[in-house]
Structures are given as C-alpha cells and as structure tokens.
Ligand binder design. Sequence first.
Ligand code: SAM
Length: 191
Amino acid sequence: MDIDFGTYHHSTTVESEKLRSIIYKKFHEAFNYIPISRDSKINILDVGSGLGFTIKIAADFYINANITGIDNFSGSLVDSSLSKSLKNLVTLGITDRCTIIEADIFDYTGIFDLVISNLVFHNMGDRRFNAYRKIYNYIPEYFITGDLFFHNDGNAVQYELSRMADLFKPVCTINVPEISSNYKILVLKRL
Ligand SMILES: C[S@@+](CC[C@H](N)C(=O)[O-])C[C@H]1O[C@@H](n2cnc3c(N)ncnc32)[C@H](O)[C@@H]1O
C-alpha cells in the first residue's frame, strides 16, 4: 500500500517513518490504560490529524469508532493538505467511519468520547493552554496527547499537568526515550 503520512519538521522522510512506527505502538500502549473497550462505537477527535497517521493509529485499535480529524494545515507537516489526507483515508479503506475537516481547534466545536493528538501543541506556545480548555469543552472522558514537553525549571510534565489541573487529571505518562527525552504520551482523564 502506497501511503505517505508526511515528513515532520526537523526530520527526514526515513526518520519520520521510523518515528511513526514507534509512536504507533506507544499510542496503542496508551489506549490500553483507559477503560474503553476496543469494539466500542465511540466518537474520537484527532486534533491536528495531518495526513491521517494518528487517525490510522486510533482506527486500528478502536475497530468500530467514528473518528474525525481536524487540521488547519498550517505547515508543520511538510506539504500536507486536506485533499492528500482524504486520499490517505480512501487508501486505508476507512472512509466509512473516518473523516478529516479543515478547521482550527480554536474555532471548532463538537462532542467526543476521546480526544487524541500527536505533535501539535508544542508549537503553540502558551496558547496551548487555551487549546486544552477547548478540548475540555468537547467533554471527552479521556484526552491522550503525544508531544514534546519543554520547561525551563526541570520537570516539564509536572509543569504541563499543573497548568491543566482544573481540566484533566493524569492517568499515566508514557516515556518514549527512543524518540526523545522530551517526547511523552500523557493519558489524561477529564475532571
Ligand atoms: C507535526 S503535525 C502532526 C500530524 C499528525 N498528528 C501526525 O502525528 O502525523 C502537526 C499538525 O497539527 C496541525 N495544527 C497546528 N495547529 C493547529 C490548530 N490550531 N488547529 C488544527 N490543527 C493544527 C498542523 O497543521 C499539522 O498538520
């Protein structure tokens, strides 16, 4: 199957593929931490779905889920576009339950059981805290975000969790040192 999920910034095509094979397994590990069964007919939102890679991760795990990806195609995934991402869903054969909408998280509204995201918020600076609040307003039971976490005074994850303490509580943090000491997957439960 000829499918292109794109090249991440500061990465090559080959490196991006390698990262994706690690991220795929680690997200499945993360899904196992939450009590939603794999065959549930849940509604999932993928924030910053890019060319559909994170949708595929979720679609392979939650075999009956309906998944919506939103992306504003702002450029952090080289040469991505709505038409390319929709073509990928066709190639994957999952258009009966998955779709992608060109939208910005700050304008998008909806209701979802689970929100996922990969490598989106670290580029937003402090606006990411408003994005977390938007996600809270989608009233998901769980929010799973894989991202790079940086903070000057030491524990970046603790800092991130403290900034969303009125919205989500941590279920677990998955370290992925094969990618970077800064890349983690946070599994969060909505308060
Ligand atoms: C590094 S890519 C990750 C794509 C995909 N999640 C993956 O892992 O392959 C980050 C994506 O987030 C999208 N993005 C950034 N800011 C956004 C916003 N405010 N609303 C929606 N999408 C956004 C970018 O356009 C880009 O496609």
